[in-house]
Design a binder for this molecule. Sequence first.
Ligand SMILES: [Zn+2]
Ligand SMILES: [Zn+2]
Length: 397
Amino acid sequence: MKDADKEIFRLAEAIYPEMVAFRHSLHRQPELGYAEHKTVAKILAVLEKWKIETERVSGSTAVIAYIRGELPGEKSIALRAEIDALPIQEQSGVAFSSAVPGVMHACGHDFNTANLLGTAYILNSLKGGFSGTIKLLFQPAEEIFGGAQELLDYGVLRNPAVSAILAAHVSSRYPVGKIAVKEGFINMAASSFAVILRGPGGHAAAPHRSVDLILVAAKLIEAMQLLPGHKVNHIDPGILVVSHIEGGSAGNVLPEEVRFSGTIRAQERAVHELYAAEIRKLLRVQKFLNGIEGILEFSFKGEAVYNDLTLTQFFCEEAALLLGEAQVIRIAKPTNGSENFALFSAKVPSVYFHIGGKGRNDREVSAVHSPTFRVEDAGLSTGMRVLAKAALAVLQR
Ligand SMILES: [Zn+2]
Ligand SMILES: [Zn+2]
């Protein structure tokens, strides 16, 4: 190990117990997007204790921190972590489980925040030896596709101009001690949609005198499942899932309104637009056949995250020097997930990678966004070291 890596290792070990306690504290008090007030107070208290310069975005729960290298130089990079939780009742069984009913850090943002904070400690301790500025972005509301746009609107990539951005996200899929990364597209662009059907309603025993919207909805949902592959090229169809439906109030009354909603995941925005156009066509057909009103509410939520090819390769080489080649997993295929980080990756070269959080004795993986989601603290040790080393390497590149 090089001397610089040894120093990073020493600092990570030194701050590890405090960051584990910090993570547990966030985990016990999870807060939903844009309501992360206690979380922000805790982050600010630690940064202020370490005398790290901070900035607030007015009207938002975003926190920006700056670590300025003491050697002369203009270059700047950014590191991002998300701070929000999910509306899930925790059933993970960990000793530091959520004390807030119905709210849980089920995506590991407690871990990611502690990891970025610990990385800040390491980089701040080393600032006498590097040039340039490292911006730390504590992003709110990631789970509701918020936060990133506010930080961009605030000008977080300017003054000084950010030339690269890195993000580390814990994963229950990869074991502690390893990291995992993929170059190019790593996930999918996401859209949400809702269909609202309106008809005359009437007696359930006489659908021939009215329109049975429940039946129309069932037919529409089935027809929508034929779009991937038949109306959208089978090579990159993505998926379209209806995950919510409501309509009707009694067994003998035809409803006047039925709604259903769901999600679309596909890599290219054009595919999402194509799905929306095809759903509108299906609704026009229903108007022609049954005279009912069909409305589509469609909202494109964001592009897929793109990991810059050369920067990701460079990142992998640096990580392998620190951890060993076998600890750096190269992911083959993108996931169906989506991430608000895509807004950053569309603006500057980015690397978004996973930190292994799966325990040695965990046989089954409890996925993100599930009530049993659980990751090990020990992943922080690897995460802080890799993020600190990668930040310095990219800054000095
Ligand atoms: Zn999530
Ligand atoms: Zn997440």
